[in-house]
Structures are given as C-alpha cells and as structure tokens.
Write a new protein. Structure first.
Ligand code: CA
Length: 269
C-alpha cells in the first residue's frame, strides 16, 4: 500500500510581516496553499482551504481520489463564500491549491494556481503541475520562450484560484493522475521558492535524504536569494508498506485556527 513519508517547512520570508501560505502533510494527503487578499484575508483563504481539504481527506480515506479532491474543493468554496458573508472586508480573498492524495493505490494531483508540484525520480526533476498564470499561457501559445518567464514583469499574474465566488466551479481544478512509483520523491511548494530558486538548484537540494532537512535547505535557499515572499516546501517520498495512522502536520497560517472560516464545517462520515 502506497503512502507519503516526509516533512515540510514554511517561513514568512525576509520582507512580509506575516505568512499567508498554509500547508499540510500526512501519510495519504499533502498540500500547499498560497493565499492572496488584503485586510488579513489571504491567510484566511489558504488556511480554510488547507483545513477543509485535509479534514475532508482524513475523514474519507479510501474514497476515489479524484472525487475526494473535487468534493473537498467544493466544500472549500462554500466555506470561502461563508467567510466573506460573515466579514465582507475579506471580499476578493483567494488561494492557490496544490494537493496530492493517495488511496494507497492511485496518486492524484489536484491543482489550481501557481504553487507547484515536482517529481524527483532517479535524480531527475520534473514539474508535474501546470502553472495557471498569464506567462505560462503565453508560453503554451508559443508567444514567449520558457526561458523568459523568470524575468517577465507579469510572471505573478495568476489566472485561476480558489475564491469566494459562487461561480467558482470545480472544473477550475486541474486533475492529474500520477504514475505512482515507490521511491519517487515529490516537492510541493509555493512561488516563494520557485520565483527565487532555479530548478537546477532545487534538484541539487533534493539529494538531501532527510525530508525535513531537505525542505529546510530549500527554504534557506529562498531566504538567501532575498526571501521576498512567504515560502513553503513539502518534501516527501512515496513508500510501499502497511497502512499507517497519522494525523499529519500543519504549517503556516493554518496553524492559527482563528484563520479558518469554520473549523466545524467538515464532519466525518
Ligand atoms: Ca506567494
């Protein structure tokens, strides 16, 4: 039975005074969410998404992983809408979500926004998520060379996110079935890493065997490069073994339960 084994680190960085990233890692689910929005709402969006999706995944282990991701996203949207209804100053809050779920057999990636998922296998780094950004669309259309992305002035314009709009549909979420291979390593990260640290440096750091030391090294690279944004990295290996129990680890804004719109919204069963 497949599961994830790893750890993560989240840091406010050297410029921002608080952390709007949230993350969660457990044996069968891992995710990063990067919130945006004024008036202390970015952290509410990322924390609520992380809380709802993680609680949903923990309560419904064994559900078809694609259904699980889509249902959890739809629950998240409902809570974001409720969060704005309760406190209209949060209007406009939004978050990325990059989540990997396994039922012990399949591994599914659900993704919206510009956080990233990478696979590191046999020393080779492959980005398995697709950035929902303006510049990536230009690259896809052949209007911009990929090498020009890191310096493009509009590189942070995100075209898709989870937000508090009733029109938000789960079809915004990109679903990718990943070929699960025991021994493969995955990195989930916010753009606070990838805006500042090149892929070859990321690949080098992924050689560090201990996942926590590896995540800490990646975050340190972003801080050394300026730390201009919140930075969050989860590093985990796919392991084949007996089923385990584990609650997982919360990181970033979701560690403060006051950032979650309604901590009672997800019920088991
Ligand atoms: Ca960010």
């Amino acid at each position: 039975m497949l599961r994830f084994s790893g750890a993560g680190v989240s840091d406010s960085g050297r410029v921002r005074d608080h952390n709007e990233d949230s993350a969660f890692i457990a044996p069968y689910v891992a995710m990063v969410a990067d919130g945006v929005g004024g008036a202390a709402a970015g952290e509410v969006a990322s924390a609520t998404a992380t809380y709802v999706v993680s609680a949903y995944a923990l309560a419904r282990f064994g559900t078809d992983p694609v259904d699980l991701v889509l249902q959890a996203v739809s629950e998240t949207t409902r809570d974001l809408v409720r969060g704005v209804d309760t406190d209209p100053v949060r209007a406009g809050m939004a978050t990325t979500l990059t989540v990997m779920v396994t039922d012990g057999d399949r591994v599914v990636l659900g993704h919206v926004g510009d956080s990233r998922a990478y696979r590191w296998s046999a020393g080779r780094l492959t980005q398995v998520s697709h950035d929902h950004t303006y510049v990536q669309r230009l690259v896809d259309d052949g209007a911009l060379p990929a090498e020009a992305v890191p310096r493009h002035p509009w590189r942070n314009v995100v075209l898709r996110s989870l937000h508090a709009d009733v029109s938000m549909g789960v079809d915004e979420v990109e679903i990718v079935e990943l070929a699960p291979v025991a021994g493969d390593r995955y990195l989930l990260c916010s753009d606070g890493l990838t805006d500042l640290v090149a892929d070859d440096e990321i690949a080098d750091a992924l050689h560090i065997a201990d996942p926590h030391s590896c995540a800490a090294r990646l975050v340190a690279l972003a801080l050394t490069a300026g730390g201009t944004d919140n930075v969050t990295c989860l590093v985990f290996d796919v392991i084949d073994g007996p089923r385990v129990c584990g609650d997982g680890m919360l990181l970033g804004a979701v560690r403060d339960i006051d950032n979650v719109v309604d901590a009672g919204s997800v019920r088991s069963g």
